[in-house]
Design a protein around this ligand. Structure first.
Ligand code: ACO
Length: 175
């Protein structure tokens, strides 16, 4: 992306992508907190508006929605602030890709970019995440494509009572 529009301009579109694809949703300020605290770690995949961006960003008070690219995938990531094991590590808060853009390698690319940034910017020892035990697509991505391992099962982790796999991937080889 060029410097315009910024990641912050895209937050509503990231939130829409999240709400469309996952039941775990967050207030806009939580996305903002990620962007301000760990600006290197979160990434988006976008479709640019037809015809590109218009100079000046449109009329004051006018509808700017056509000016912004649509977010079709995002990874929202952070560093664990108080790691219980004392090990500096990253955490994937949320990842999703719009149905229209799946199986194109977008999620894999977003994850690899975030993992690299965790290692290079924060010397993260590993990256962790939670995933529903029924989520076969995400499990395939994490375990088979990216090499994550299941650390443990967290019983009734989700609000609807489903269990989660707590997974992690070593990042020390990327330092
Ligand atoms: N079935 C089986 N394997 C799959 C599937 C699927 N539906 N989707 C991805 N994979 C595996 C494959 O191995 C694939 O490689 P291949 O296409 O060469 O076979 C590999 O993952 C990479 O796939 P991508 O194209 O990078 O994945 P995509 O961009 O389609 O996004 C995702 C995958 C994020 C799981 C998407 O299906 C999605 O948004 N699902 C709904 C939201 C979700 O479940 N998010 C994860 C929740 S956990 C969390 O947020 C920490």
């Amino acid at each position: 992306l060029s410097s315009y529009p910024s990641y912050i301009d895209l937050l509503p579109s990231i939130q829409t992508c999240n709400i469309t694809n996952l039941p775990e949703n967050y207030f806009l300020k939580y996305y903002l907190y990620h962007a301000l605290t760990w600006p290197q770690l979160s990434f988006v995949a976008v479709v640019r508006p037809k015809g590109g961006y218009k100079a000046g960003g449109g009329k004051a008070g006018g509808d700017l929605s056509g000016q912004y690219p649509k977010v079709v995938g995002y990874v929202l990531a952070k560093m664990e602030e108080e790691p219980t094991d004392g090990m500096q590590h990253g955490h994937i808060t949320s990842l999703s890709v719009m149905r229209t853009h799946r199986r194109l390698g977008i999620a894999e690319r977003l994850m690899r970019m975030s993992q690299r940034a965790m290692a290079e910017s924060h010397r993260a020892n590993y990256v962790s995440l939670h995933v529903r035990v029924s989520n076969t697509a995400a499990l395939r991505l994490y375990r088979d494509t990216l090499g994550f391992e299941v650390e443990k099962i967290e019983s009734k982790y989700y609000a609807d009572g489903e269990d989660a796999y707590a997974m992690r991937l070593n990042l020390q080889t990327m330092w």
